[in-house]
Write a protein that binds this ligand. Structure first.
Ligand SMILES: Nc1ncnc2c1ncn2[C@@H]1O[C@H](COP(=O)(O)OP(=O)(O)O)[C@@H](O)[C@H]1O
Ligand SMILES: [Mg+2]
Length: 263
C-alpha cells in the first residue's frame, strides 16, 4: 500500500492553508479514504481547533524526545487522525534539517495504514517547510488575489523551482469571488511562472470566499460537514478529486520522503 502525500504551503500567512487542509481532509475522508493530518505549523498550530480535537501531546514532545510519533496520533471526532502541532514555541518554528528529517522518517513507523497524508505547513520558506515540500508527492501553494499574497506565492515558487529543483506543483487560489475569478488568478500566476521560472503550474480549481468559514471554525465543524451543499464545499470536493487523480511526480531524488520505507 502506498500513501498519497500532499503538502499544503503558502508564501504569506493567513491565506487559508489550514482551512483548506481541514476541508480537503474531510472531503477525502467522506469519500472513504483513511486520512492522516500533520499540523506542521510549529509556530501557530491550530488544526486541532478546527477539527474539534484537543491534544495534550504534540509534535513538540516528539522533537524533545519525550515520546515517539506513533504515541501522539489523535483520533478526531470527524474521522481524521491528527498529529498536532506545537503552538507558540519559537524554537520549533525554525527546525533544522536533522530534526525535520527525523520527523519525516518517523512517519514510516506509524502502525496504521493511510491512503492520504496532508501536511499543513507554516507560511514562508523556512528549512522545515522546504523539507516537507520535498518530502511529499503532491505540492500545493495556496494564495489569494491580494498583491502581497501573489508576491509571496511567487517567492515560494521561485525557491521551489530554483533551490529544490521541483517543477510539478499546484497553485490553489483561495477566497475568490467565483470560479472565473479563481481561474483568472491562476492564469496570471501561471503566466509569470512560465515566463520567469520556466515551468507550468497544475490547476485543480479554486475555493471561493465563504461567510460561513468563521462560524465553522467557532463550531469546530469543518465546512464540508457544516455546509455540505455550499459552493465552497462543492469547490473543495472538486479540488480533492483533482489532487487525487494527479499522477504525482516520482519521488524527488533529494530529501527524505514521508512513508518512504513503506513504498
Ligand atoms: N474560503 C474562505 N472564505 C472565507 N474565509 C476564509 C476562507 N479560507 C480561509 N478563511 C479565513 O482566513 C483566515 C486564515 O485562514 P487559515 O486557514 O488559518 O490560514 P493559514 O493556515 O494559511 O494561516 C481565517 O480567519 C479563516 O477563517
Ligand atoms: Mg495555518
Amino acid at each position: 500500500m502506498s500513501t498519497k502525500t500532499i503538502c499544503i504551503a503558502s508564501g504569506k500567512g493567513g491565506v487559508g492553508k489550514t482551512t483548506l487542509s481541514i476541508n480537503l481532509a474531510m472531503a477525502l475522508a467522506e469519500s472513504g479514504q483513511r486520512v492522516l493530518y500533520f499540523d506542521a505549523d510549529m509556530g501557530l498550530a491550530n488544526a486541532q481547533i478546527g477539527l474539534g480535537a484537543e491534544s495534550i501531546l504534540n509534535i513538540g514532545h516528539v522533537l524533545n524526545h519525550l515520546v515517539s510519533l506513533p504515541e501522539i496520533v489523535l483520533k478526531t471526532p470527524h474521522g481524521i487522525d491528527l498529529i498536532a502541532g506545537a503552538s507558540g514555541l519559537a524554537e520549533l518554528a525554525n527546525l533544522n534539517q536533522v530534526d525535520t528529517s527525523n520527523i519525516i522518517s518517523q512517519f514510516s513507523s506509524l502502525p496504521d495504514e493511510y491512503d492520504v497524508l496532508i501536511v499543513d505547513c507554516a507560511a514562508g520558506i523556512s528549512q522545515s517547510v522546504l523539507s516537507f515540500l520535498e518530502g511529499c508527492q503532491l505540492r500545493v501553494v495556496v494564495g489569494t488575489s491580494e498583491l502581497s499574497s501573489i508576491a509571496d506565492a511567487y517567492g515560494l515558487m521561485k525557491v521551489m523551482v530554483g533551490d529544490l529543483g521541483l517543477s510539478d506543483f499546484f497553485f490553489l487560489p483561495n477566497m475568490v469571488e467565483n470560479e472565473r475569478q479563481g481561474a483568472k488568478l491562476f492564469d496570471s500566476m501561471n503566466k509569470v511562472v512560465q515566463n520567469f521560472l520556466a515551468t507550468k503550474l497544475n490547476y485543480a480549481g479554486s475555493v471561493p470566499r465563504e461567510m460561513l468559514v468563521d462560524s465553522s471554525w467557532r463550531k469546530a465543524t469543518p465546512m464540508v460537514k457544516l455546509a455540505p451543499t455550499s459552493v465552497m464545499t462543492t469547490a473543495i470536493r472538486k479540488v480533492a478529486a483533482g489532487l487525487m487523480s494527479h499522477r504525482g511526480p516520482a519521488f524527488s531524488a533529494r530529501g527524505v520522503q514521508f512513508f518512504m520505507e513503506r513504498t
